[in-house]
Design a protein around this ligand. Structure first.
Ligand code: MG
Length: 584
């Protein structure tokens, strides 16, 4: 029952409750506001919402500093509002996954307060202490330039405590069985309130050994991932964990588990960084290498494919030269860069608001191996505010309309300033206007999501990179259950004329049905296709001329039956003397 593995072909939309929609006029987004926007999300076609942290928090790191795992921050509503929200989402067929931030707590968490006050407290061992100042206290910071050390002295505890992130985020001692049991309890709690899983924050740090000696060379305890998976599967069979783990491809299988018994999903950082290089350099070769390097994964596992997220675009895995190329193209000003490794801008300004390039980038995101993860506002081409510090610049409120404060709040003081003025200000970029404009980016996104849902091959199939002899053109074919689709992308600004062989023998490979227009392709004698691609063009083809809607209904039938139907329809199309299939 493969359809049960919903995450293999989901469309995930990430948002922060705080900056999405404010219903009570206090300037802060809330669950009641988000609920009013569920039909917007439903209309867009997203199948899952990923909520950034909304639990009680002093809010010093945008909620990634939690002070109570079992409560909604009162600014966003109550637990009751949360359950109303998950229920309303479920009624629209939208799943909800939430951030699971358990590498550290806020220093305002009751556990940490008791731990520092009383050495005999049961919570003392929930954190990571050192009597003496560890020699490596300045190593391993996550936010270089802002964060100075990974150990700080606590005057109450009279000891040093470990914090991989900011000093107000003490690391939990995740090796402790008590802490592990608590993490499971947190998961079980939210599962019970209607969520379908978790986006797990900072996974490599969660499972690493911690302490004054371990910090030199932390060792990942992968067994913990299986423990969580097992627990989740027992509690709710279709719940998933989507891991944030920016790791090298050779450890991917450690996170997925060879038997698919650890993480269900991981963000594909390797592909993400090389994708931005491909867009910057009009060179698809390193991206192809990244796709090959991240090919191995268990059948039930899935990648999360993304463009921008709420953090900086981390380019740490590229070579220095590649990184320089991306900086130069998308973030040349030091104010656009962050932590010496990335770019903090949103997608649209990085691409200079060029609609062709934005569509190209999105088309790639929707067709690279994995499940697409969108970020709120990118469907409108929202911009950023570089006057805001660090990563806050691209965490500004959703731009709903031309009303004051973009229709996000009635308050005069929104929680984060609205982007106004200039090409990306809410006066020009907002949902209300784009809803009315048939050719808007919003409506384009809705259409491309609809089509993405009709090519389940991307989520389920095996991919093959098709040679085009042009480094600026990336061509990928997916095969699944006797169906094939082909995606061709021109990374360059200039038109390209390419010749390719689909790689499928017989009649099927001779016909490419364009899924986005009626510009189909019939192979030349000899079997090759000649394609003329405009600058930044993207093409979605179904191979073989079989009406894809009919194919869609074949999904749960025997592959053999689908194959015989395919032959019949293909011959019918031939007898009509024109390409089969129709574009939407
Ligand atoms: Mg509010």
């Amino acid at each position: 029952m493969i359809n049960d593995l919903w995450y293999k072909n989901a469309v995930i939309y990430c948002l922060s409750v705080a900056t999405y929609m404010d219903s009570n006029g206090d300037g802060v987004g809330d669950f009641a506001g988000l609920m009013r926007r569920l039909d917007y999300l439903h209309g867009l076609g997203v199948t899952a919402i990923w909520l950034m942290p909304f639990q009680a928090s002093p809010g010093r790191d945008d909620g990634y500093d939690i002070s109570d795992y079992y409560n909604v921050d009162p600014r966003y509503g109550t637990l009751g509002d949360f359950v109303e929200f998950t229920h309303a989402a479920k009624q629209r067929g939208i799943r909800v996954i939430i951030d699971l931030v358990v590498n550290h707590t806020s220093n305002q968490h009751r556990w940490f307060k008791e731990a520092r006050r009383d050495p005999t407290s049961q919570y003392r061992d929930w954190y990571v202490w050192s009597k003496k100042k560890p020699r490596n206290s300045r190593q391993g910071v996550v936010f270089p330039g802002v964060q100075k050390s990974t150990w700080s002295y606590d005057t109450v505890a009279r000891a040093w405590y470990f914090h991989r992130f900011y000093d107000f985020q003490p690391d939990l001692n995740t090796a402790s069985p008590h802490v592990q049991a608590e993490i499971l309890k947190i998961m079980g709690f939210w599962i019970q309130l209607g969520v379908s899983g978790f986006r797990m924050d900072a996974v490599p740090f969660v499972i690493a050994t911690k302490g004054p000696r371990a910090a030199q060379a932390p060792v990942e305890q992968y067994g913990m991932l299986r423990l969580m998976r097992e627990f989740l599967q027992w509690r709710q069979g279709d719940a998933i964990i989507l891991a944030e783990a920016n790791v090298l491809p050779n450890t991917d299988m450690e996170y997925f588990g060879n038997d698919g018994d650890r993480m269900h999903m991981m963000f594909n950082f390797q592909v993400n960084q090389n994708l931005f290089y491909a867009l910057a350099a009009s060179d698809g070769r390193p991206l192809e290498q990244a796709l090959e390097a991240t090919r191995p994964r268990p059948k039930t596992a899935q990648w999360g494919t993304f463009l921008r997220n709420h953090d900086e675009l981390d380019l740490g895995r590229l070579t220095r030269q590649q990184r320089e190329t991306v900086f130069e193209a998308f973030g040349p000003d030091p104010a656009m860069q962050l932590y010496g490794r990335g770019i903090r801008r949103r997608l649209a300004p990085m691409l200079a608001g060029d609609r062709r390039r934005i569509e190209l980038a999105y088309s790639l995101m929707f067709t690279l191996p994995g499940t697409p993860v969108l970020r709120y506002g990118d469907e409108l081409g929202m911009g950023d505010d570089l006057a805001l510090p660090e990563r806050t610049c691209s965490r500004t409120p959703m731009q709903w309309s031309t009303e004051p404060n973009a229709g996000f709040t009635k308050s005069r003081k929104p929680v984060v300033p609205i982007v106004s003025g200039g090409p990306f200000g809410y006066e020009h970029v907002n949902a209300a206007q784009q809803r009315r404009e048939p050719q808007s980016l919003l409506n384009w996104t809705e259409r491309i999501i609809r089509m993405r849902k009709e090519v389940p091959e991307v989520g389920w199939g095996d991919f093959e990179i098709i040679q085009t002899r042009d480094t600026a053109v990336l061509a990928l074919r997916y095969d699944w259950r006797n169906n094939s689709v082909l995606f061709v992308h021109n990374l360059a600004a200039t038109p390209r004329e390419i010749s390719l062989s689909v790689g499928i023998a017989g009649e099927a490979g001779r016909l490419l049905v364009n899924l986005l227009s009626d510009d189909h392709s019939q192979a030349r004698p000899g079997g090759k296709h000649s394609l003329l691609l405009e600058g930044y063009a993207y093409r979605w083809y179904r191979v073989g001329g079989l009406d894809y809607l009919l194919k869609r209904s074949d999904i749960d039938t025997e592959p053999a039956a689908a194959a015989s139907k395919r032959v019949k329809i293909a011959s019918r199309a031939r007898s009509r003397g024109r390409p089969g299939g129709s574009a939407p």
